[in-house]
Ligand binder design. Structure first.
Ligand code: PBG
Length: 310
């Protein structure tokens, strides 16, 4: 009867798998702080995409990890048509076609030698408007490579509008934008920075949001929608369910929540110690995120959870 009257259900199609692909490796490299998650080779990424399709997952979000020597201040490989992310988009698109919604992280932090999400000005501060020009180029090369949805995650002001224009002007009117709308400056991104081999020394407080703020997120939301966001995201998920509920109540576009690396690591670490029941805890976190109002959830457990939910 509980099953019959359940108010919330998580469906495999609600789930999106974030995946890392690293240049110059011939075996997948495990990410220490995310047991079970790897940096893929081009070959194993294709296999992971096929597995996701078979499990019923609806989307994949791709992150590129270039060779360290290729990082520079402008994040040049992020806009190189032969850069690792663009190559991976083409691989996955050739492998699974339209069976999976192929999404890509649109941000410079994986490619800059200073690790920031944008380019810097003469004083070493992130230069918002110069960064927008780089994002416009990134949108075009990612779309040229065959991505269905770009996910701008750098939190620069005006990024959605600039990317929409760039896509429209280059014949990519059908490529959608999943805007990272309420992205908080969070301590829970720690394991991700290992996953992408981040070079960041400082923090992202000048462009990501203060965990104390709600109204600020609602303002970011209004701006993103006005600029043409097709879907919006709240990130992290677990510690920000109130934000998620509020966003979901106030918009008529699909709302995503990103269950991030630190949320994953906490459950895995406690389970490894035998302190919580891993499988139940995972489904409980996903149910909570869905109950709060998410239409889709980005989670590193996507494939495993989809199989359990079928
Ligand atoms: C930035 C980006 C980050 C994540 C996704 N995109 C890291 C950051 O802002 O430092 C974090 C995802 C996670 O922690 O799982 N390109």
């Amino acid at each position: 009867m509980r099953r019959m009257v359940a108010e919330t259900r998580v469906h495999p199609a609600d789930l999106i798998l974030p995946a890392f692909v690293r240049e110059g490796i011939d075996q997948p490299v495990p990410i220490e702080a995310m047991p079970g998650v790897v940096q893929h080779t081009r070959e194993t990424l294709k296999k992971a995409a096929v597995e996701a399709v078979e499990a019923g997952v609806s989307g994949i979000m791709l992150f590129g990890v270039p060779e360290d020597a290729k990082k520079d201040a402008a994040g040049t490989v992020g806009t190189d048509p032969d850069g690792i992310l663009q190559v991976a988009i083409r691989d996955v698109r050739a492998e699974v076609g339209d069976d999976l919604v192929i999404m890509s992280d649109l941000c410079l932090d994986e490619y800059t030698d200073h690790g920031h999400c944008g380019v810097l000005d003469a004083d070493g501060r992130v230069d918002n408007d110069a960064t927008l020009e780089r994002y416009a180029e990134m949108a075009q090369v990612q779309a040229d490579a065959g991505v269905h949805v770009v996910g701008p995650s750098g939190m620069m002001d005006g990024q959605v509008g600039v990317i929409r224009d760039a896509l429209d002007q280059t014949g990519h009117e059908d490529v959608s934008i999943l805007a990272y709308t309420a992205k908080y400056s969070s301590a829970f991104y720690g394991p991700f920075r290992e996953a992408v081999g981040s070079s960041l020394k400082g923090d992202r407080k000048t462009y990501q949001q203060d965990p104390a703020n709600v109204r600020e997120s609602m303002r970011e939301l209004a701006l993103d929608l006005e600029e043409g966001a097709d879907m919006v995201m709240v990130k992290p998920a677990g510690p920000y369910l109130d934000i998620l509920a509020k966003v979901a109540e106030s918009v008529d576009v699909p709302v995503s929540a990103y269950q991030i690396s630190g949320e994953y690591a906490m459950v895995e670490a406690a389970a490894e110690k035998g302190w919580i029941e891993r499988d139940k805890a995972i489904l409980e976190t996903l149910t909570g995120i869905k109950r709060a109002g998410a239409s889709t959830i980005l989670t590193y457990w996507a494939v495993e959870a989809a199989r359990a939910l079928r």
